[in-house]
Design a binder for this molecule. Sequence first.
Ligand code: NAP
Length: 536
Amino acid sequence: MHPKQNHIKMRQLTDMRSAATLATSDPPAGPRLRVGKLCVAIQAASPAEMMERAEAAIQSVKFLEFRLDSLPKPAAILPRLKEFLAEHRDVAAIATCRRKPNGGNFDGPLATEIEILTKAALAGCQIIDLEVESAEEARPAQLSHFHTRLWEAGTALLISFHDFTRTRSLDQAADRIAAFKPDFVKVVSTARSLADNLAVLRLIENRSASSNIVGIAMGEEGIVSRVLGPRTGGAFTFASFSDGSETAPGQVTAQTLRDLYRVEQLDQATRVFGVAGNPIAHSLSPLMQNTAFRRESVNAVLLPLRVRALEDLLTLVRELPLAGAAVTMPLKQEVLPFLANMDPLTARIGACNTLRTGADGKLYGFNTDVAGVIRPLEKRLRLKGARIAVLGAGGAARAAVFGLVEQGAEVFIINRTHENAVTLARQAKAKSLKHEVFAKQHFDVLINTTPCGMKGTRQTMPIAENELNAGLVFDMVYNPLETPLLKLARSRGIPVISGLEMFVQQGARQFEIWTGKPAPEAEMLRVVEHELRKRG
Ligand code: NAP
């Protein structure tokens, strides 16, 4: 499917501040410039690599930014760029040759930057990016001559501002740029919090009627602005060519923006959800939930939200607004005082992993971790009266223990720090067992809720091999898919439940709470399993 195109009538360059020095006769109307909502930024170590990447990128996205400043000799690529653009007339290109003091890699003088950019326009690039510092430093005659050459080439001028440390005074930055009356205004800041996205989106909203504006907050927290900028009225957003070739911090790949976040389809009616935590970059929830939204034709998107403090998430909930969120530790507990209501089990457990914003704007809390534990088990055995050993007494164990006790199971908690097992057992009306006592008994189910066996942890098994004493083994760890505990159980012919099944079940209930539709569980499981196998 072709990306939805923005049709932008290029402003006649005689409008610009330097118009006085341009030709006095009326210029013909500028050419129509067609750009998509997604621009792939390409940097490379050599001209050959840059052209290779460009050829690969245009298989899916026809709008590229050539970061000429990433090349040792930016001018050397121009003949090849000209050939490429002549050959691919459906491709729109931005040329950028940002100087080092302004955050780029080009260490030549302003005059050379302007010369290279002028040549890039003559080579067929439809948009030229000049940083506002360069525009301000240029002599009026120099800038005016540059404008004229761009106009003659039918090229649009984009003037950009970058703040690599924070998000502040965005209106001032946009005003500095607007003074030059360019065709595009680009304001890029760095997000230090989720709330910084709101400042960027407000800038876009306020200015998009009067100018072609691009607003982005860099950094991991800035994902909200990258994805939602275009639907807020932004002319386009930037993506990287591939993982590892980002031209700015926090940039995500074109494939992710397009296929996972469906940036070209988002509109005012799109409901925005998040998965909140820290760290959150490797969460599988965006893949799982966005796949489910797409599959069920739900107009919604879920974004990974790096939350350093709960207040930041609550600001986003109120002001974006967010329709709901999946929350991880320690937010599961911290959020409780801010809920208008929660289901009784969530209140008893004292942890909420799912938020939904009601029509009244208030927050409602749920705990789907419980269903994530119960559903896989009740498919396999009768829980009432079952003897279940739970290894661990942390957050995940809490959901399991409260949920299982409610189902009538006899639950035994075994934990490294025995006092924690005793405390949880007392709260949930379960029993605690010392490890040596546990090792001598038999259970219907053994559930591992410790991180033992998780990729990267030193301790691979929560118990000794000769202590495996259950009819069914459930490991909450799902990375790797086949943990040492599950491998051992299988080798003894003991049936197993993987943590992935729990992850998908808790996610499926979240989907239902948010959308009111049955979750496409098989599809959710398929994509997450595929991704985990890919990650290895
Ligand atoms: P948590 O609150 O930190 O609790 C960890 C528990 O494991 C504590 O009881 C701790 O004992 C114990 N523990 C930690 N390291 C240990 C070790 N080396 N040996 C023995 N016991 C150890 O963590 P959590 O949030 O409950 O998460 C635990 C695991 O469950 C994680 O691997 C997480 O990925 C997984 N999980 C999976 C799902 C899913 O959907 N599949 C959902 C939630 C969690 P102490 O009391 O002595 O510290």
